[in-house]
Ligand binder design. Structure first.
Ligand SMILES: [Mg+2]
Length: 466
């Protein structure tokens, strides 16, 4: 356990990572599957597994495995296609909770973030517990939390504690903790580097850190060797950085003729709107707007304009985009007044210097949820590969795992599609299970694909545990 005095003076870095994130969101919103293997995967013939629940992992199902293989290993599993919007909304709710604790929050993926906490006024073990409990309270999802003096230690601590793990590694226990880990756990070593080290009998961090630097440089490259050696001794000065500068959200449009500068504004509007939709879906704000133009000779220019701070507002981003467009047309030598002649073939907009700090509108909904354990409802996947889309309705597509709304029965989800040959009616049918996050019982019904009372729906809002 971390010495309290030390935490007060030095602050702490936390690494928070949701457990089996996509599958956990599915289990949360489909409570009849909470205790059974759930596999979120591509359902087409070449589909791969995105995330398997811990129950499915016991059957040897893992990420990046083909869906076909997963179905052979775990035929009783519930196989559903990803619902990205639901995952983004849960991600935003998790990050909103984390911002309450963090002085600096760095979101590194949809379900993972580093927190810098400058003043820790409770014992570190209590802090990591509070963070995990707050996420659970707001979303019903479990996270693993690791804490230490550096990003390296925080991340290794949370990884070693998964799932539902909380682990604090103190300064004085840091080296012993590192020493016991396999060399492959050090960032940058990679599978190839790890194999080379193992060939020489260097399996653990303890063995790696006493090797001559020159040997490590030979095996891992000069930068890689030095980095591995520093990390093996717990040296990691990477800061927790709020922005995600390396990442951007973009959209572009290719025109089939040269569009003169005077007619580019409506094109910009359409492309910007598409990029903005993605920005909002990812629960991000952007500070820098770049407009790129390309002419029919493939000459490309890009110009950027930055706002004072990250914004989610289309209006603010638009004014930056218009300035960037004006600068780009000028740089390309296009006359803004000219109605015809030289023009652009491609217009792209990218929104960068992304930040997650502007997401106050995305707090979890205020729906009441009961916290009793949910009964397990028997289920069966059919063991066959369903096509990704099993029907289309005015409201959207039907796919396995998709949300459905019935005029009388309320919200449910598509368990599977029964092929015409297998159904009593002689027509393809959907099996829909009606339940929501708070449901204690689920009921299941069959419907024709075009039943007028049943429509595809968007995901239910994030529900808190209160
Ligand atoms: Mg995760």
């Amino acid at each position: 356990m971390l010495d309290e005095v030390q935490t007060r003076s030095e602050g702490l870095i936390l690494h928070v990572d949701a457990d089996a994130f996509f599958a956990s969101v599915e289990q949360r919103q489909k409570p009849s599957t909470a205790a059974v293997p759930v596999i979120v995967c591509g359902l087409g013939p070449r589909g791969v597994v995105a995330t398997a629940s811990y129950q499915a992992r016991r059957f040897g199902v893992g990420s990046a495995m083909s869906t076909a293989m997963a179905m052979r290993r775990c035929p009783q599993g519930v196989f559903v296609a990803p619902r990205m919007q639901a995952y983004r909304e849960h991600s935003a709710a998790i990050m909103a909770v984390l911002t309450r604790f963090a002085d600096v929050l760095e979101q590194v993926s949809i379900d993972e973030a580093y927190l810098r906490i400058n003043v820790v006024d409770v014992p570190a073990a209590q802090l990591v517990e509070d963070v995990a409990a707050a996420v659970w309270q707001a979303t019903g999802l479990r996270v693993s939390v690791g804490a230490g003096r550096s990003k390296l230690i925080a991340k290794l601590a949370s990884t070693s504690a998964k799932p539902r793990g909380l682990r604090v590694v103190t300064g004085e226990h840091e080296q012993a903790f590192l020493d016991g880990l396999p060399v492959s756990s050090l960032p940058g070593v990679g599978p190839v580097g790890a194999a080379r080290l193992t060939e020489l009998g260097i399996d653990t961090v303890a063995q790696l850190r006493v090797q001559p630097p020159r040997l490590l440089e030979r095996l891992l490259g000069s930068a890689g060797g030095a980095a591995a050696l520093a990390m093996s001794r717990g040296r990691d000065s990477r800061p927790v950085a709020p922005s995600r500068e390396a990442k951007s959200v973009s959209a572009e449009r290719t025109m089939d003729y040269d569009v003169p500068a005077s007619q580019l504004v409506p094109v910009l509007e359409a492309v910007l709107t598409a990029a903005h939709t993605r920005l909002i879906a990812a629960a991000l704000g952007a500070r820098t707007v770049t407009v790129r133009l390309r002419d029919s000779q493939f000459a490309t220019v890009g110009r950027s304009v930055s706002l004072a701070q990250a914004s989610t507002e289309l209006g603010e981003l638009r004014s930056a985009a218009l300035s960037a467009l004006a600068a780009a047309t000028q740089a390309m030598g296009l006359d803004a007044e000219e109605e015809s002649g030289a023009g652009a073939r491609l217009l792209g907009v990218s929104l960068a210097a992304l930040s997650t700090s502007t997401q106050l509108a995305l707090l979890p909904g205020e729906v009441t949820v009961e916290s009793q354990p949910h009964p397990v409802v028997p289920h069966s996947a059919d063991g066959r590969t369903n096509p990704p889309v099993i029907g289309t309705r005015p409201g959207g597509h039907w796919f396995t795992g998709c949300d459905a709304e019935h005029t009388e029965l309320g919200r449910g989800w598509v368990v599977r599609c029964v092929a015409a040959d297998d159904s009593l009616s002689g027509q393809a049918e959907l099996i829909v299970r009606f339940e929501e996050a708070h449901s204690r019982m689920a009921r299941q019904r069959r419907f024709a694909l075009d039943d007028p009372d049943l429509t595809p729906a968007g995901p239910a809002p994030v529900q808190s545990m209160e």
